[in-house]
Design a protein. Structure first.
Length: 240
């Protein structure tokens, strides 16, 4: 919120909102004089977001493909457009950014967060844990760690019509009380692993969980828990 400069009374769009974490944080920041719209392609996650919204009238959620925002949202409707850890999942990233540009007023702000490169994210190691069962990614599948180069964002944001592009790296560690709790969170709380995990036979689930517990035990925290040290790249630009 601070990086994007969200302020009371703002009109805010949250793209790839998922279960609405960012949209609901923005709702609290803009107050009842503002408005927040969260959009996502996953209807089941939007149901969670709506339930968590608690009936507040200054936040709403719509089902929309991030690559087709102009088909769902009017032009120049928002002062701020956000996306937290969503851009990496979209095959046509330029289409998503152009769509966000379409929704912003002139001088409006876009702010996105993406994972840094794999070398800066211990979370990337979880992919190797499940690889014996999941196999390699399908060709053309967007990579979670492919968006950590600021130069790439300079190119994409400029092509989408933005200016005054700035960025910063911030820590985003994942801390858990123990390896078992961390493993449960990976398989129950993450959209990328959960569907695959629960399609497997019980004996495969048990083997995957044991491997994940072993992985997390290799990352002890000072307080006796476990921690994955990660970085996130924040990018901010202005709608020209």
């Amino acid at each position: 919120m601070r990086f994007a400069g969200v302020r009371p009374g703002d009109q805010v769009l949250d793209v790839a909102t998922g279960s609405g974490v960012v949209a609901l944080a923005a709702r609290r920041r803009v107050g009842m004089a503002g408005r927040v719209v969260g959009c996502d392609i996953a209807a089941n996650l939007l149901d969670i977001a709506r339930a968590q919204a608690g009936g507040y009238s200054n936040v709403s959620f719509i089902e929309a493909d991030a690559e087709e925002l102009p088909s769902h949202l009017p032009p120049s409707a928002f002062r701020v457009a956000l996306s937290q850890l969503g851009l990496m999942y979209v095959p046509d990233k330029l289409a998503m950014l152009k769509g966000m540009h379409h929704t912003l007023v002139a001088g409006g702000v876009i702010a996105v967060a993406v994972w840094a490169e794999a070398s800066r994210c211990e979370l990337a190691g979880t992919a190797a844990v499940v690889a014996p069962w999941a196999g390699p990614p399908r060709p053309g599948t967007p990579g979670l760690w492919d968006m950590g180069d600021p130069a790439l964002h300079e190119q994409l944001f400029t092509a989408a019509g933005f200016s005054k592009i700035g960025y910063q790296f911030v820590r985003h560690d994942w801390h858990f009380a123990n390896a078992e709790a961390a493993s449960d969170a990976m398989f129950n709380g993450t959209g990328t692993l959960r569907p695959f995990y629960y399609k497997q036979p019980l004996e495969v689930q048990a083997a995957m969980r044991a491997a994940m517990v072993q992985f997390f035990n290799q990352h002890p925290a000072d307080d006796g828990g476990v921690v994955l040290k990660n970085e996130v790249l924040l990018v901010r630009a202005i709608c020209a």
